[in-house]
Ligand binder design. Structure first.
Ligand code: C5P
Length: 219
């Protein structure tokens, strides 16, 4: 592994879930552990990059030589990412499992038990990686796609629709990869090709993906 691969480059990585409050004691979130994003931050730092890790609520130590910004809600992750991109960066990797929707209103007080059925209205969150890819100061933009079926087709669709330079996709229908696992297997797709990274530890997969990103970025 070449520790000069990304020397002088600023790599920004989102990781973990986001948390969307319903009331002061309840929220909507997902099963993301943040492990893949943190492993990528560590690998990018080892490759010589300046790394900014924008993390949702996770229980992981910050890798050495990585600048970490903690956020809770998708809208905060969006604002933080837009600021960093506005200031200029070279590579953006979106591993965060951003909540697609948030409650339209967050109650000021704990919602009381009442009728048999109550309704929660949700509103769409901004798509962070798609916004980064559309930015005037667009960095080399990499997305992730966790799918349970037709993995390649859905990932290809996201690559095009979100105007990404590369997408790393994993099949999360099995239990040995993806969410919370220490291992992962990825199929990485870019407009003119693809590469399979077979099952390995997230640390090993992260190094391979950082190498692949560095090669495509320099092209
Ligand atoms: O559309 P989907 O959520 O499957 O796309 C996954 C990719 O998009 C991931 O890279 C994820 O980090 C990113 N994403 C985002 N903002 C959202 C939703 C997804 O950056 N609101």
């Amino acid at each position: 592994f070449d520790n000069q691969l990304l020397t002088g480059k600023h790599v920004v990585i989102t990781a973990g879930p986001t948390r969307e409050s319903i009331d002061p004691v309840r929220y909507i979130t997902n099963k993301s552990s943040g492990k893949m994003g943190f492993a990528l931050a560590e690998a990018a730092a080892e490759a010589g990059a300046k790394v900014t890790l924008i993390a949702g609520p996770v229980y992981l130590p910050t890798p050495s030589r990585v600048e970490r910004v903690d956020v809770i809600r998708a809208v905060d992750m969006y604002e933080t990412c837009m600021d960093v991109v506005e200031n200029g960066c070279d590579v953006f990797i979106a591993t965060a499992a951003v909540a697609d929707y948030r409650p339209t209103v967050t109650a000021d007080h704990k919602i009381k038990k009442s009728t048999e059925e109550i309704h929660l209205t949700l509103v769409k969150n901004p798509d962070i990686v798609a916004s980064v890819a559309e930015h005037a100061k667009r960095p080399f933009t990499v997305g992730f796609a966790a799918e349970t079926q037709d993995v390649m087709a859905y990932a290809q669709g996201k690559l095009v629709n979100k105007k990404l330079d590369m997408i790393a996709t994993n099949d999360v229908s099995g239990t040995n990869v993806g969410f919370n696992s220490d291992n992962n297997a990825l199929t990485v797709i870019w407009p003119s090709g693809h590469k399979v990274l077979p099952l390995a530890s997230k640390a090993q997969i992260a190094k391979q993906l950082i190498e692949l990103i560095a090669i495509r970025y320099k092209d």
